[in-house]
Design a protein around this ligand. Structure first.
Ligand code: NAD
Ligand code: DAU
Length: 343
């Protein structure tokens, strides 16, 4: 099997590559990544010499380059992780989100149509369903919940999902879509909640919680997500959507307090800053379909996963400190300065 993994130098894509090379040592994995601010070739250093692995720096919107790659590689499967993925950045500047997340998806699927494919898999998000109210804990997102996106990021992902379903219906492209909840684990870029709080706490810097911190996310250890995608590309039914989630809902403020506790840092580091515009209140996935059809269940409990994650950030300081000392510094000052936080 020859698999093209796009966005493999990012958080989940890199974890997926490690997972697949271990689970299927006979597969060839070709990683396509533009290496944006969120992509990091050093993340892949442990596999760069693996003869089953190839890295190629390409933008998924670059049609000729993508077509050439298909001519060279004849992939059986494409798994598309490549995306602009940060909600806050999408609120500041939506355009690149439309370009990569929508046009890039179309280019990849056009290549699949032109050269033939066994499976095109779109890595989507629970955010396409919008949010749920805090006072209705009985409600969950199922695969039939209507699309109702809130941010430029989630609406670009929703548009891509609609396009994937349209290519299935119109061209009979053999597609699947997974919609996953919030991931955490190694190689998570420090602009996102959990790694940002770990890094700031380790540096004794303020921990900026948006608004009251009562927003709820459903956290899943990244390896559980990778296993779900492995199952879907092999056994999932063509044309189907699979929700993937951990049944692990937590309020942001409780996550931040837990990180303080695990690191032995005072909660006085927590500072409430200006809220995110249009901030989604609660995400909660109902994963019954993937459980019943493919036997998937999350394996890592949050209490263990967060300890493993913190351990990873302690053991891999160079990885995230290199990011923090680069362009990220300007991003942080601008984004958090606007929210009323001055370092
Ligand atoms: P990330 O931002 O860490 O990584 C994205 C990767 O895509 C980077 O390596 C970047 O260089 C690459 N990329 C961006 N634009 C590209 C382009 N035009 N061409 C080629 N490569 C490009 O993102 P992530 O958190 O790993 O998310 C991966 C996917 O999973 C995204 O599609 C995201 O929507 C989805 N997802 C993420 C989560 C989560 O909690 N992080 C949850 C559900 C779904
Ligand atoms: O639900 C899946 C989605 O999860 C993915 O599709 C996205 O790609 C991914 O980035 C993530 O989106 P969120 O917006 O939920 O993740 P983020 O880590 O940015 O924020 C999580 C929550 O924490 C959210 O309610 C905002 C809040 N937050 C975030 C940051 C960065 C803070 O309170 N302070 C912060 O500094």
């Amino acid at each position: 099997m020859n698999i093209i993994v796009t966005g493999g130098a990012g958080f989940i894509g890199s974890n997926f590559i490690f997972y697949m090379l271990k689970a299927h040592p006979d597969y060839r994995i070709v990683c396509v990544d533009k290496l944006t601010y969120a992509g990091n070739l050093s993340t892949l250093k442990s596999v760069l010499d693996n003869p089953q692995f190839r890295f190629i720096k390409v933008d998924i919107c670059d049609r000729p380059a993508i077509y050439q790659l298909f001519e060279e590689e004849h992939p059986d499967v494409v798994v598309n992780f490549a995306a602009e993925s940060h909600v806050d950045r999408s609120i500041e500047n939506p355009e690149i989100f439309l370009q990569t997340n929508i046009i890039g998806t179309a280019v990849l699927m056009d290549a699949c149509r032109k050269y033939g494919i066994k499976r095109y898999h779109q890595v989507s998000t629970d955010e396409v369903y919008g949010d749920l109210p805090l006072d209705r804990p009985d409600l969950f997102f199922t695969e039939t919940t209507p699309i109702h996106a809130s941010s430029p990021y989630s609406s670009s992902k929703a548009a891509a999902d609609l396009l994937v379903q349209a290519y299935h219906r119109t061209y009979k492209l053999p597609v699947t879509i997974s919609r996953c909840s919030n991931n955490y684990g190694p190689y998570h870029f420090p602009e996102k909640l959990i790694p940002l709080m770990i890094a700031n706490a380790l540096n004794n810097k303020p921990l900026p919680v948006y608004g009251e911190g009562v927003n709820v996310r459903d956290w899943l250890y990244v390896e559980d997500h990778c296993r779900a995608i492995d199952l879907i590309i092999h056994k999932g039914r063509e044309g189907e959507v699979y929700n993937v989630g951990g049944h692990n809902e937590m309020r942001n403020i409780d996550i931040v307090k837990l990180i303080c506790k695990e690191l032995g840092k005072p909660e006085s580091l927590i500072i409430h800053v200006q809220d995110r515009k249009g901030h989604d209140m609660r995400y909660a996935i109902d994963p019954t379909k993937i459980h019943n059809e493919l036997g998937w269940l999350p394996e890592t409990k949050f209490a263990d996963g967060i300890k493993k994650t913190i351990r990873w950030y302690l053991d891999n300081r160079t990885w995230w400190e290199t990011i923090l000392s680069g362009e990220y510094k300007n991003y942080y000052e601008q984004m958090y300065g606007k929210r009323g936080l001055h370092a």
